[in-house]
Design a binder for this molecule. Structure first.
Ligand code: GLU
Length: 291
């Protein structure tokens, strides 16, 4: 049974970029006759904006996308993340380093632009140092397990050497919040998600997530990462780069624009939201399912 999901962080209203991810995940679930779930990733309370989640859920509904099961809220799941974290045992260790100390160690940059952790606290804290965050150990550079490969249904073969390009990464942050990487892996496994369809900005997180799935004994879902929507300065649309909330006054127009970004041609302009879905699901199915 296919289970897909859309997992927005409620840091602001839905915008054209997040709609593309929602649309792609919904089309893939529908064309596979599967379930589509909404999960609200409100784990980072500092970034969560009051009522943004409700706004996102309502906007999706106005466009015809409703969760096939109960909506899961990450803020309610601390115990589950804690249990997974405990299950990791010696694979995790306390780290006392500040961002500044890591930056000053002048190691190379990780694939997401962060400094690769130099491993200072890997073998225990130096005397007098206080734990701040918790990191998971990645396999050493000479260990074949450090190379993670997967096939992405849009992007093709993706591979990353965790030791060389990522380094030991944080699972529990210095501010006490669980890291996205841990929460997403625990939730996808528990919800039985078989297919993850999301924006390509998360491609570089995927190898870390596959590594955690292996450590926790979870199966790895299939992946499809759609091109991220960028603004005219080439920046990914997000609240930080000033993306405007989606105007759902004209739902068909919003849906057609998002579909065009995914390369759907739609043989004619649909006259209703229902007609849009019929056409778009069929076109998606021909492109991604019947292959
Ligand atoms: N919450 C993440 C975001 O909004 C997406 C997580 C995911 O799809 O895995 O960027």
């Amino acid at each position: 049974m296919y289970i897909g999901r859309f997992a927005p962080s409620p840091t602001g209203p839905l915008h054209a970029g997040s709609l593309v991810a929602a649309l792609a995940s919904y089309l893939d679930a529908r064309s596979n006759r599967g379930h589509w779930l909404i999960r609200i990733e409100d784990i980072d309370e500092a970034r969560t904006v009051a009522s943004a989640a409700e706004h996102i859920i309502q906007t999706l509904a106005a466009l015809g996308m409703r969760s096939d099961g109960e909506i899961l809220w990450q803020s309610t799941r601390q115990e589950r993340y804690n249990a997974a974290f405990n299950q990791l045992g010696n694979a995790v260790y306390a780290c006392a380093c500040s961002r500044r100390e890591i930056a000053d160690s002048r190691v190379s940059m990780a694939s997401d632009g962060a400094a690769i952790y130099p491993g200072t606290c890997r073998h225990g804290l130096a005397p007098g140092r206080v734990p701040r965050a918790w990191r998971v150990r990645v396999p050493d550079a000479n260990d074949s397990q450090t190379l993670i490969q997967f096939h992405d249904r849009w992007q093709g073969l993706i591979e990353e050497n965790l030791a060389a390009h990522v380094g030991d990464f944080v699972l529990k942050r210095a501010d006490g919040f669980w890291a996205y990487q841990l929460a997403v892996v625990v939730d996808d496994a528990e919800q039985g998600v078989t297919d993850i369809v999301r924006g390509a900005d998360l491609l570089e997180s995927t190898t870390r997530q596959i590594y955690l799935q292996r450590l926790l004994g979870f199966s790895t879902p299939r992946y499809l990462h759609v091109p991220a929507v960028v603004n005219d300065r080439g920046e990914k649309l997000s609240k930080q780069t000033g993306a405007q909330p989606l105007d759902v006054g004209n739902p068909i127009k919003a849906l057609i624009e998002a579909a065009a970004h995914l390369g759907l041609t739609l043989s004619h302009t649909p006259s209703s939201v229902d007609e849009f879905w019929t056409m778009a699901i069929l076109e998606w199915e021909q492109r991604f399912v019947r292959i």
